[in-house]
Design a protein around this ligand. Structure first.
Ligand SMILES: [Ca+2]
Ligand SMILES: [Ca+2]
Ligand SMILES: [Ca+2]
Length: 192
């Protein structure tokens, strides 16, 4: 049921909110006009389907340019009209260019990492204000607790949560722009 819904709808980013494409099952797609005032004027950069509230329906995660405002749009049993919008903390960010989801602390709820991009290079920043910091967000039943990955700096273009040490605790790979090195970070299974 959930998979059918996930594969039947696609979401694309845009300069004015998002576009939803419904797969009609005949190799054709129909756009679904959804009005969400909080995001309709935002330049959207990342759009992803993810079931953030564990109800079996794929919700939509979106990131936007400028103030790093990111949201979840909750799926109401296949409908996105007048949806519940959840704002995601992303202190002082400019834009999240990559996100990766996984249950870091094994409580059944997906947590995630927001890889943030900024102008320039970390070594030439005269003062660090937070835009250069990626964020690790723990999902406590839709209460989003932001942790700063202060030592994991961008500008970041890709993130991946994956257990590359094979100890059943998710680890993190961060891919960075310019000459900054990509970083492999080993998780401890408790969200750190
Ligand atoms: Ca859901
Ligand atoms: Ca979790
Ligand atoms: Ca691991």
């Amino acid at each position: 049921m959930t998979r059918a819904v996930a594969s039947a709808i696609y979401a694309l980013r845009g300069n004015n909110g998002i576009l939803l494409y419904k797969n009609l099952g005949t190799n054709t797609f129909a756009t679904e006009d959804i009005k969400i005032p909080q995001i309709d004027n935002l330049g959207i950069h990342v759009v992803a389907f993810v079931d953030i509230n564990n109800d079996g329906w794929q919700d939509i995660y979106v990131t936007s340019y400028g103030e790093g405002k990111n949201y979840f749009i909750l799926n109401k049993k296949g409908k996105f009209q007048n949806p519940i919008l959840l704002e995601v903390p992303n202190t002082r960010a400019i834009v999240t260019e990559a996100a990766s989801f996984g249950d870091l602390n094994k409580d059944g709820y997906l947590d995630f990492v927001q890889g943030n991009w900024f102008f320039g290079s970390i070594r030439y920043l005269s003062s660090k204000k937070g835009a250069e910091t990626n964020k690790l967000v723990i999902n406590k039943g839709l209460q989003f607790i932001e942790g700063s990955l202060a030592e994991i700096t961008g500008p970041t273009l890709s993130t991946l949560l994956s257990d590359f040490t094979n100890d059943n605790n998710l680890d993190l790979i961060v891919g960075n722009d310019h000459e900054e090195p990509d970083i492999f970070h080993i998780g401890n299974g408790e969200g750190a």
